[in-house]
Design a binder for this molecule. Structure first.
Ligand code: SAH
Length: 243
């Protein structure tokens, strides 16, 4: 697994988060992919409050309990919402500018990579939100991911992760799906971001469907429960270690 951190000169999302935090507005955070047309992330949504979050995220925050790790925390929106609910979370991110903003917002945020073995606390809940499965990168990494989760979870703990089944992108007019089963898994996407003149490196992001997730999870001793589904192929999964 990649255990690197970003540097400030290649941290476009962090730069956008910092601009929005300082000036209450930001330029366009552009997203490129070899699979999709150019897109953009509205920077204000990275600062969403509990009320502004999609129901899947609200459910995840309600379910989160005990000591909580907020993985890839961005602006810290989930940790802040948890704090208002009286819950305690540790936000981590590989984006140095995002971590600075979280600290300026009063959070004890840590600049660390989820896969860095030097980071060795244990948690009751590991939160991975906003297509949180993406951090796994590629399906081939999923075994390493589950082994890492075992190192970070307390007995009885759980992972709360949201994802989307990208199958709908391959839907034909007759409602059938045209998938190339000999190719890479259809949820493997590459992204690159740009904010003003700051260009990030390309990175892999895994969207995983619920059945594939539960199949791999069970191979590594985890039970997967579907907690919520929206009407756009997004879902929230809860993964717990079987004893
Ligand atoms: N959870 C936030 C931000 C989601 S964007 C929200 O919902 O608004 C994904 C975040 O994950 C980015 O801030 C990115 O820097 C961070 N990230 C990506 N890979 C990571 C890793 N291996 N360890 C920790 N953070 C990571």
């Amino acid at each position: 697994m990649n255990t690197a951190l970003l540097t400030e000169d290649k941290d476009p999302m962090g730069a956008a988060i910092q601009d929005y935090f300082k000036h209450k507005r930001a330029s366009r955070l552009r997203v490129f992919s070899s699979q999709f047309d150019e897109d953009e992330i509205p920077v204000a949504t990275l600062f969403r409050s509990y009320e502004e979050m999609p129901p899947i995220e609200q459910t995840a925050l309600r379910l989160a309990a005990g000591s909580i790790l907020d993985v890839g925390a961005g602006s810290g929106c989930h940790t802040l919402a948890l704090r208002e609910m009286g819950k305690d979370a540790l936000p981590i991110d590989i984006s140095p500018l995002s971590v600075k903003v979280m600290q300026a917002r009063g959070l004890d945020a840590r600049l660390t990579n989820l896969f860095d073995p030097h980071f060795c606390n244990r948690f009751d809940t590991i939160l991975m939100l906003m297509n949180g499965s993406g951090i796994i990168g590629k399906l081939a990494n999923i075994g390493d991911f589950f082994l890492r989760m075992k190192q970070l979870l307390n007995a009885g703990g759980c992972i709360l992760m949201d994802s989307s089944d990208l199958k709908y992108l391959f839907e034909e007019e007759d409602g059938s799906f045209l998938l190339n089963l000999d190719g890479d898994y259809y949820g493997e996407v590459d992204f690159r971001m740009q904010y003003k003149q700051i260009k990030g490196e390309a990175f892999d992001w895994l969207y995983i469907d619920f059945d594939t997730l539960s199949l791999y999870a069970s191979q590594y001793g985890f039970k997967t429960e579907l907690m919520e589904r929206d009407d756009h192929y997004a879902f929230l999964a809860k993964l717990t270690l079987r004893d």
